[in-house]
Design a protein around this ligand. Sequence first.
Ligand code: AP5
Ligand code: ZN
Length: 218
Amino acid sequence: MNIILLGPPGAGKGTQAHRLVAERGMVQLSTGDMLRAARSSGTDLGNRVAEIMDGGSLVTDEVVVGLIEEQLDQGVGANGIIFDGFPRTLKQADALAELLAKKDKALDAVVEMQIADDEELVARVSGRFTCANCGEVYHDQSKRPARDGVCDKCGGTEFKRRADDNAETMRTRLLAYYKETSPLIGYYYAGGKLVSIDGLGDIDEVAARVKGALDGRG
Ligand code: AP5
Ligand code: ZN
């Protein structure tokens, strides 16, 4: 099954993608993670996109489509793919449709995680931190490791926070979402792929809604 997780910054796309990877053996393709990996390894691409990401605007379609194409060319995702944070523009959505068709893959569902309350989104990203070793996502209030300072998943003791996770940059990120990404809701609704779920509630509740959205598809 190949799916897209769509939703504003902080909606919980990465958190739910990690659960689907663990439960179903799907592969998560997050363009945000790929761009951050390019930055931390100091590649040309990473240096070029750093300023754009820290300001909260979108990187060019060509760059992110290229990253996804590279992964699909490597044949990832025999047990299904979760596109997380991609596509984010209508151009990217068209490019993804072409890439999937070339690989004889179908898109089974687009799960839109709805959170209309900007304050909730800002609170979610402001409290976010991730394990530097395995990428597990935590939150200062809603999801702390069982033992303070030790990752539940890998035992790692180093954590990091993102430079774009602050109230000021969130304004730009939300603007980019409503202006450039939200038209995808109509695009996928028209194609019969859209399933919208409430993104509020605890992580288990949202996971149950994601499961319900995927039941019977793919
Ligand atoms: P990206 O990394 O994709 O960030 P994003 O879309 O802004 O999404 P986030 O990672 O902030 O949120 P999420 O929905 O994954 O939430 P999470 O699960 O972590 O993109 C970053 C930048 O890269 C962009 O601004 C752009 O510059 C560039 N970029 C990336 N892709 C691009 C593309 N396709 N085109 C152009 N540019 C691109 O959860 C957030 C927090 O909330 C966590 O702390 C978590 O523990 C907590 N949480 C999760 N669920 C719940 C819950 N149910 N209740 C309480 N807390 C919860
Ligand atoms: Zn870890």
